[in-house]
Design a protein around this ligand. Structure first.
Ligand code: FAD
Length: 391
């Protein structure tokens, strides 16, 4: 049986960064990164948008082949189609995730990580000496490997967490079902992302247009099934595209789930750490999880390497991972979650009125902070929403 120091399950952004970080911190460690799919980064189940500052912590987007588009503007669309353009600045990037995920995995390999694609973890149990014995299936063969630390970076399915006895359940109201087309031939500002919400558009979520080039964009939406009128995400999306972009050619389609919850209560167990979507580390307001996954992966890889160096991979030793994560982003996500809950109580009419109020601010001054301050004055109903941030 192969005896590993660190086994990382899942080569998404969390897993590749975790593997890289563990190997970088302790080059003598034997680190294996496995990916169930036949290719890292494919199929893409993502709108591929990231903020500038978060991305730059990990990679320089300037001229990178894994960037599809630079974004300088955000356009919010109220339920009644009123558009609100937010001031122009360096907002972020639309990635080419197939290339980006492969780029991160290649960095890990260059650091000395063993990457195996088309290999799936199918179960694990504790073995002698406190190691995990993990069953792997791939390339027609089955094998069991031993690992001192298993990093579960296996996305929304989070099987590693379940096998380790961690509670990774998601309340139905916090699970968004998403559908997305790659569309061609639409007339949108290629430097802007568009976001529209509203009960008839995407109940409990929002619809998006994330341009990948001139006339080409990821167009999708996420909704909470409990709040829908019985139709699924694809049916809502078809209606939205037909209304807004009737001439669009839908050349690609994907579905996926986004967990708009808070970080799970416990992200660690004896010899186990969970990172990224597997631990619900997504921003519950925006549904963005790529940068969070990388930040969590960095922390998980670093913690695993340090614990192995200290010859203590017990739950007690690994608990610092959770507390550090909560200080880094987890506590903020709890605040965003409360805001999300409070916003859910506001009606479409309220948002239509808010959009018109905000449009009275000159565009060059229309930053998110100013919009919110202005909105608070004009729409006192928002004050309890803001208050929830501090509760
Ligand atoms: C429709 C949609 C749009 C989105 N848009 C955005 C966006 O614009 N911006 C943003 O920041 N976030 C977005 N997200 C969220 C983002 O995709 C995730 O938060 C991010 O990919 C999380 O990274 P991760 O590494 O934790 O998990 P993932 O990227 O899901 O990677 C997990 C990997 O583990 C593999 N795996 C699973 N189980 C096993 C197993 N048993 N054995 C081996 N491998 C396994 C999977 O194949 C997968 O490759 C979107 C999500 C969806 C569904």
């Amino acid at each position: 049986m192969r005896d590993l120091d660190v086994l990382v399950v899942g080569a998404g952004p969390a897993g590749s960064v975790a593997a890289w970080e563990a190997k970088h911190a302790s080059p003598e460690l034997d680190v294996l990164l496995i990916e169930r799919d036949r290719a890292v980064g494919a199929p893409v189940r993502c709108a591929e948008g990231v903020g500038d500052a978060g991305l730059r912590e990990f990679a320089d987007p300037g001229g990178a082949p894994w960037v599809a588009r630079k974004i300088t503007q955000v356009i919010f669309i109220a339920p009644d189609d009123t558009e609100v353009r937010v001031a122009q600045r360096d907002v972020g990037w639309i990635l080419d995730r197939t290339r980006f995920d492969a780029y991160l995995a290649a960095l890990a390999v260059a650091e000395g990580v063993d990457l195996q694609v088309g290999v799936e973890a199918t179960g694990m149990q504790r073995g002698p000496g406190g190691r995990w014995h993990v069953r792997l299936r791939g390339a027609g063969a089955e094998e069991t490997v031993g690992a001192r630390v298993v990093i579960g970076a296996d996305g929304v399915e989070a099987m590693v967490g379940r096998w380790a006895g961690l509670d990774t359940r998601v309340p139905a109201r916090d699970m968004e079902s998403c559908a997305q087309y790659l569309v061609q031939g639409i007339d949108v500002d290629p430097d802007a992302i568009y976001i529209q919400w509203g009960d008839r558009v995407a109940p409990g979520g929002y619809a998006w247009v994330f341009p990948k080039g001139v006339g080409v964009a990821n167009v999708g939406l996420g909704l909470v099934a409990l709040k829908s009128d019985g139709r699924n995400a694809r049916q809502y999306l078809n209606e939205w595209i037909a209304r807004r972009y009737p001439r669009a050619a839908r050349t690609g389609y994907t579905v996926g789930g986004v967990i708009v919850h808070t970080t799970i209560r416990k992200t660690y167990a004896d010899g186990v750490l969970l990172a990224g979507d597997a631990a619900h580390m997504i921003n519950p307001l925006s549904g963005g999880g790529i940068v969070n996954a990388m930040k969590a992966g960095r922390l998980a890889g670093c913690t695993a390497a340090a614990a192995i160096r200290e010859r203590d991979t017990s739950e007690r030793r690994l608990a610092s991972y959770h507390s550090t994560w909560m200080k880094l982003l987890g506590d903020d996500h709890l605040k965003y979650y409360r805001i999300k809950q409070a916003l859910e109580a506001l009606s479409d009419d309220f948002f239509n009125g808010l959009a018109r109020t905000v449009n009275k601010i000159p565009q060059e001054k229309r930053t998110l902070g100013r919009i919110f301050a202005h909105a608070l004055v004009k729409h006192p109903q928002l004050i309890p929403v803001a208050a929830r941030f501090f509760l």
